[in-house]
Design a protein around this ligand. Sequence first.
Ligand SMILES: Nc1nc2c(c(=O)[nH]1)N[C@H]1C(S)=C(S)[C@@H](COP(=O)(O)OP(=O)(O)OC[C@H]3O[C@@H](n4cnc5c(N)ncnc54)[C@H](O)[C@@H]3O)O[C@H]1N2
Ligand code: MOO
Length: 425
Amino acid sequence: MSEAPKTRPDHDPSCQDDYDSESLPVEAARARILDNLQPLRGYEQVALRSALGRILAQDIHSPVAVPHGTNSAMDGYALAGSDLPADGNRELCIAGTAWAGRPYPQALQPGECVRIFTGAILPDGADTVVIQERAERRDDTLIIDNSTRSGDNVRAAGEDIAKGARVMAAGTRLQPAELGLLASLGLGEITVRRRLRVAFFSTGDELRSIGEPLEPGMIYDSNRYTLFGMLERLGCELIDMGVVRDTPEATDTAFREAADCADVLITSGGVSVGEADYVKTTLEALGEVGFWKVAMKPGRPLAFGRISDCVFFGLPGNPVSVMVTFYQFVQPALRKLMGEAVTDPITVRARCQSGLKKRPGRFEFQRGILSQGDDGELNVHKTGAQGSGILTSMSHANCFILLPVEASGIEPGDWVDVQPFHGLV
Ligand SMILES: Nc1nc2c(c(=O)[nH]1)N[C@H]1C(S)=C(S)[C@@H](COP(=O)(O)OP(=O)(O)OC[C@H]3O[C@@H](n4cnc5c(N)ncnc54)[C@H](O)[C@@H]3O)O[C@H]1N2
Ligand code: MOO
């Protein structure tokens, strides 16, 4: 019987590393990227239904008050607050009906009320609605008690949005609530930022595309699919350049092509120090390298630079490193280029239920599963082995466990900072 291979669950063979002085701290790298980028110019007019996920180009000021008129929040009877009894009961004359969309056309006289339905405009002279459960109708007479206060059950004109008020700021990503809000203002066409054109390719002679046979030593190219998903979600216009061979010539040609047609180029692999890693040297030859090493794990070799006007990100080849560097650096950068108002992702404190191995000197983004205990406390545990090639660790996770540079390991029961994927990925 053959012996099963020996595995060390906490051992990460992809990163047996010391962090040299050239590695930038995570925060400095993020700042260096964001400080270097400005939102790109270019707007387009789109129909409201095509605006989902797009970035608003201009502030929106409301052309109308919302609600448009003062109206009833409940089914009942509209009357003047001054006709409410201070104590005991009171009889009022029911003068007519106000329907939603068909207002009662006259002003109320003292001692009168009208039958009213939710959403119907209050007639002149009325400022209060008595709900039907608190009133008794006898033919055209209404008997009310003293349980209603003046102004009850009424939605004032403009209580949600005053006419002329700023309802949305430029830089807002339009979500379903915003589409509804814009529709409530009667706006059918919206000015949004143009889409960002992002070219991407994988490097590596070991990569095969889906459908091709896998010869020994070959693997399927997964990074282009992860990148596709992350970029598509952000609403980018994608230019998928496939797999580029590990040669200086092929890398040079691909860089030039991308720089001609894209705002941003993202590559994966070939950014480290191996003989076949041509990304950094090609970037140096054709453009400028901002930096290429960050004191983090996973994702230490991360190149940032420019080829003329095209912003460049060279992500490491390891599949987890691609995702971590994308979410931590590329995504905020793309958002800024798109003109989106960028906010930091939220972090929460959680009690760590796993022991976590870590060496000081680099920031680590371990993958975790965050849950809430019966006592309401947040707990997190890691998703098994944390190697940079173990993509299931991202698929099973719902958060990053953030381990700061100086941390040297976590004992079960320690508190840790956690960045939930919700809103991030
Ligand atoms: N002597 C050193 N070796 C390495 C260092 C180092 O500092 N000194 N850094 C290590 C770290 S950390 C990483 S991360 C990798 C990054 O290297 P590259 O960006 O050059 O990436 P590759 O060598 O091309 O690939 C790494 C790994 O990922 C696999 N891969 C690559 N592309 C894909 C893809 N599209 N889909 C799926 N998997 C992919 C590739 O086969 C390798 O296994 O370098 C370390 N080495
Ligand atoms: O595998 Mo490396 O983990 O990107 O830092």
